[in-house]
Design a protein around this ligand. Structure first.
Ligand SMILES: [Zn+2]
Ligand SMILES: [Zn+2]
Length: 858
């Protein structure tokens, strides 16, 4: 039998009641205009893909954001806390194929279902600003941005090798290839295909994106590091070796290299041009253009190169290019080092990548680990050209330090590495065979997708005029309603004549629309700006409104978005800034990445059968318990191991709070309007605990975010109040103090358990919404532990007065003795025989006197 009183806490009755009241008040969670005069706070959780079902990862993410938003409202801020839907993407097409439901219908009904789930969780979103990316009123601005970027040269079209997922039947961006597989289909290997594609020139911002990371102190260091590595800046030199032919074996430093045609140059990128006199071969990627020329007349070589290509492909597919076993073949051709005219053999190697740098390197085995390994394997010469100091003896190779001086390098012998690098760069530039060069690993963002359910690219192909922009007044280019989805034979849009056939906006003649759609990461690159002005029909948003709200004060989402979404949106922000739409450089001042929700040791997933449904949890324990548990069970940045017992435990705790307030609310209400007299005894003890709890939770909300310990602190407070139940029942705590205790307890609970807090607030007879009540402030005097003054002695003689927290435990007194400056000075070098502490009374140090620190009577 359950406790009869326990039945009185009934979330199934309380929660829907408050949800209805909140829904009936559109101002409840609405942001106010800038003119309200309050400080603004923009808290944002990453918008979900509308799969149709919230999962516990969502619940955790939103519980963190909602707690923060509520806290900031209570602190008097003007809070923007919006929600929307990342609604384009492949699953809608798959569902259409499987169930014969149009993608739009499927998506919108999923959105409705998830919105109901969010409502049942009592999440405080401003639905007036809702953004749904698959609706024309949103995606028209994707098209508008595309055109503005096209006009600025930030969008271009080129034929390129692309990553192709056979499962998705579409192209993937580099960022969407994870360990050689599709980011969506974790076991599907990605192919390479040649296609004409649209690109966003994100590389134009590579340096700025890198530099900007320095200022993002509110972002997790791991995310900044991941972005830094993804951008992958390296400084070095590009140098042309020349294809060896009769008559060009000279030294090119004097500029004779100018006459060598481009086709006879092999451009390499190196970060160590100071070692170039130690280059003993040039190595080409198997796909390098010159390799094609060499193999054309040499079938045996071609077969060997094909094998290298195959090895590289397999390693790429296995996601382990770095660990590839290095193989190479000599081409029989030679290259000339432009600095000294020396001939070195040209090899093809499986570990040289066509899409990194120039697809060719110089191999310097004396001063590079990898080159050393390769040269040793194939018996290539190894030459020392750097030594630690001018006069040092030969060192063991490879010697890879950049601190040293050149040897065996002709006229540059004796120069230090840095100076030589600069000098050799100058000579390359003067001789027209190279230059200083900064390279990035970051590639331009391929955005073409041969899919239906995405933003149509607003371009038209005219035989006469070539590529023609769709004029702004013809936006949006709307996705057709009726479409057959097959996932075969390229873009589904190309099979809809009403969509494809169009009059050329320039010449009026017959023309064809582009049938590729945009990567859905375009949608999520700027959605948070739209929230600030979601209904704007004449612009993506109003600049003045965006200026008020940006940057986002706190962005919250999964770390898996560190290099996709979070680099794209930083890029997009800069593009919008350069278009004059905004003034901020970065989208978000602070970023928080929450941990995953796991169960039975694995991430919750359908395939593992360990999914816990939020609806079930709400039905069984209530939304407040499910939310509070997801904050209580682990620090927010760590993985959370879901235990249903834990949810039940939180629910029992909330029931205790309910009973406590229910029991003492009548007394507390009589204390309204009265001043709390200087507290003593039990009142002081409880108020002290309360003010310590307020201080702790307030501090956590300001950035520490140990919400798990916040909830634990509230539990301790409740335990302490309940532990004094008999005294409370006897009236030992006067009504005004009781009111302060209960009122503040409810305020502290409000960010974590909003329904129960609203209900108890009403029970206490408080006016208005608890969300609009002021967050309690901690009184430091009241929060301070009492102190006791007791004598500190040495060998029984008074030396100092010790201040220790009441009641003055043995440990506190001993610690105070050891820390006391006078006591320490008096002990000096004497040998301490014993530390004696009489709790609440006295501390005494027994020392063996050496006579050097004679005690003086005071
Ligand atoms: Zn795929
Ligand atoms: Zn035309």
């Amino acid at each position: 039998m359950a406790d009869e009183k326990e039945l009185r806490y009934d979330p199934a009755a309380i929660e829907p009641k408050w949800q209805q009241r909140w829904a009936a008040d559109p101002k409840m969670y609405a942001a106010e205009p800038a003119s309200c005069g309050k400080l603004k706070y923009y808290v944002l959780e990453m918008l979900p893909y509308p799969s149709g079902q919230l999962h516990m990862g969502h619940v955790r993410n939103y519980s963190i954001g909602d707690a923060l938003a509520r806290h900031m409202w209570m602190r008097g801020y003007n809070v923007l806390h919006p929600m929307g839907w990342d609604a384009f993407g492949l699953p809608a097409e798959n569902a259409a194929l499987k169930n014969n439901v149009p993608p739009r219908e499927w998506t919108l009904s999923n959105i409705a279902a998830m919105k109901r789930q969010m409502g049942r969780l009592g999440l405080g979103y401003d639905w007036a600003t809702e953004v749904t990316t698959c609706l024309p009123e949103y995606y028209r601005w994707n098209q508008w941005f595309f055109l503005r970027m096209y006009e600025k040269g930030l969008v271009y079209r080129k034929k390129s090798k692309v990553n192709w997922c056979p499962e998705c039947a579409t192209v993937l961006a580099n960022e969407q290839v994870v360990d050689g597989c599709c980011w969506r289909h974790e076991t599907t290997l990605v192919d390479q295909r040649d296609l004409v594609q649209w690109f966003y020139r994100i590389t134009a911002y590579a340096q700025e994106l890198l530099d900007g990371l320095e200022n993002l102190e509110g972002w997790p260091e791991k995310v900044r590091t991941m972005q830094r590595n993804w951008i992958g800046r390296s400084e070095g030199t590009e140098v042309d070796f020349f294809l060896a032919k009769d008559g060009i074996e000279a030294h090119f430093g004097d500029g004779h290299g100018r006459n060598i045609p481009a086709g006879e140059r092999i451009r390499v990128f190196t970060t160590r041009v100071d070692t170039i006199f130690g280059a003993t071969s040039v190595q080409l990627a198997p796909q390098h253009a010159l390799v094609g020329a060499f193999t054309a007349a040499n079938p045996a070589l071609k077969a060997q190169v094909d094998e290298l290509l195959d090895q590289q492909k397999k390693a790429r597919e296995a996601g382990d290019l770095g660990a590839i076993e290095k193989h190479g073949v000599p081409t029989g051709q030679f290259a000339i080092n432009p600095y000294n005219g020396e001939r070195v053999p040209i090899w093809v190697a499986n570990y040289i990548l066509a899409d990194y740098g120039t697809g060719a390197i110089m191999s310097v085995p004396g001063h590079d680990e990898r080159d050393f390994e390769f040269a040793t394997k194939y018996g290539l010469p190894i030459v020392q050209v750097i030594q630690p100091e001018a006069a040092s003896a030969p060192v063991e190779l490879p010697f890879c330090s950049e601190e040293g001086v050149l040897v065996n390098s002709g006229e540059y012998d004796g120069m230090n590495c840095a100076a030589a690098e600069e000098k050799l760069q100058e000579i390359a530039a003067a001789g027209a065979f190279g230059e200083a060069k900064v390279t990035y690993r970051l590639k331009d963002w391929g955005v073409s997708r041969q899919r239906f359910w995405g933003t149509p690219i607003p371009m038209i192909h005219c035989e006469k005029d070539g590529l023609v922009q769709v004029p702004d007044e013809q936006l949006p280019v709307i996705l057709p309603d009726k479409i057959e989805i097959t996932q075969q034979g390229g873009s589904p849009l190309s099979r809809v004549p009403e969509f494809v056939d169009v009059a050329c906006p320039k010449c009026g003649g017959p023309a064809k629309r582009e049938t590729d759609t945009m990567d859905t990461f375009v949608d999520s690159s700027w959605y948070f700006y739209r929230y600030t002005d979601a209904k704007n029909a004449s612009a993506p948003f109003d600049s003045a409104i965006a200026k008020y709200w940006f940057p986002i004060d706190q962005y919250i989402g999964g770390v898996e978005h560190a290099i996709l979404h979070l680099i794209y949106s930083r890029f997009w922000t800069r593009v919008m800034r350069d278009l004059g739409l905004i003034e901020n450089d970065e989208p978000a001042r602070r970023l928080f990445t929450q941990g995953m929700v796991i169960k039975d040791g694995a991430k919750m997933s359908k395939s593992k059968g360990n999914v816990v449904s939020p609806d079930d949890m709400v039905a069984r324990y209530g939304a407040d318990a499910a939310r509070m548990y997801s904050l209580f069970a682990a620090p927010p940045d760590r993985d959370l191991d879901w235990q249903e017992d834990g949810v039940a435990g939180v629910s029992r705790f909330l029931a205790r709070v309910w009973r406590l307030v229910d029991k003492y609310a009548p007394l507390a209400r009589t204390g309204r309007g009265q001043v709390v007299a200087t507290p003593t005894g039990l009142t002081l003890k409880l108020l002290r605990k309360l003010h310590q709890t307020i201080a702790k939770i307030t501090l956590d909300f300001s950035g520490r975010w140990h919400f798990n310990t916040c909830v634990a602190a509230i539990m301790e407070l409740v335990n302490e109040i309940q532990g004094a139940d008999a005294q409370l029942a006897a009236g030992e705590v006067p009504a005004p103090a009781m009111l302060e205790l209960l009122r503040s307890l409810v305020l502290l609970l409000a960010p974590f358990a909003p329904h129960l807090a609203a209900e108890l607030w009403e029970q206490l007879g408080e006016e208005g919404a608890v969300l609009r009540a002021a967050w309690p402030t901690s009184d430091p005097e009241l929060a301070k532990e009492d102190e006791l003054e007791i004598p500190g002695q040495i060998n029984g003689k008074l030396v100092s007065l010790l201040r220790v927290p009441t009641p003055g435990t043995k440990a506190d007194i001993e610690a105070a003795l050891r820390a006391d400056a006078k006591i320490r000075a008096r002990i000096g070098n004497d040998k301490v025989l014993n530390w004696i502490a009489v709790p609440g009374k006295v501390g005494n140090v027994v020392v063996k006197m050496s006579g050097l620190n004679n005690l003086v009577e005071e």
